[in-house]
Design a protein. Structure first.
Length: 208
């Protein structure tokens, strides 16, 4: 009788320890998930990355763009642009406003005339709201980045004449000119992230 009692107690003890370990593991997993969710929520919506900016992601269907995003923009406009009068070359110009001021622009295109328009590029010009975070420091248009260039923290996109004033940092293009006014120097004039594959190529027939 005593042997059976001892055996039963041993089994109960083993089960208790096992359940305790599982509960502890479950608790750790829950804490880890909660920490990850909190970290994502804490990320500013105005930081540009290779994926996009806030909830605006490169490749996102234009129809899913939010009407407003807290901390980024309160109004959004889209305007169709018909290149050469050809439907396949048509794309949309995107503009995002905060308190009446343009804070972000972009394009929505369909890549190969699918008529399924997706965000192809997002860019900020002469703006102080949209930023890129480099080694924990946030930079925006109008900031001087001479130290990042000389320290090779960011890399020149290429030696091509159109790219020599463009630098890259983890997929974000940092332009020293804004494509409209040439102001050479070391000051950021344009921040951009894009997927060129989503931009419909111009046929040779339309090239002068």
């Amino acid at each position: 009788m005593k042997k059976n009692s001892y055996f039963l107690l041993a089994v109960i003890s083993i089960l208790a320890v096992g359940c305790s370990g599982q509960n502890a593991q479950g608790s750790d997993d829950k804490t880890s998930v909660e920490a990850t969710v909190a970290e994502v929520k804490a990320q500013p919506t105005n930081i540009m990355t290779a994926e996009g900016i806030g909830p605006l992601k490169i490749g996102m269907p234009m129809s899913e763009i939010p009407a407003s995003v807290d901390g980024l923009y309160d109004k959004f406009d889209q305007k169709r642009a018909d290149e050469f009068g050809d439907d396949c070359l048509a794309f949309y110009e995107l503009k995002f406003y905060k308190k009446g001021r343009v804070v972000l622009e972009g394009t929505a295109d369909d890549g190969e005339c699918t008529q399924k328009f997706q965000i192809a590029s997002l860019y900020a010009v002469e703006d102080t709201l949209v930023k890129v975070s480099i080694d924990g420091v946030q930079y925006s248009c109008n900031d001087d980045i001479a130290s990042l260039i000389s320290g090779q923290t960011i890399q020149q996109k290429s030696s091509d004449v159109f790219d020599k004033d463009v630098y890259l940092y983890q997929g974000v293009e940092i332009g020293l000119t804004n494509h409209l006014h040439i102001k050479r120097g070391t000051t950021i004039r344009r921040l951009e992230v894009a997927n060129r594959n989503l931009i419909t190529p111009i046929p040779e027939d339309f090239v002068p």
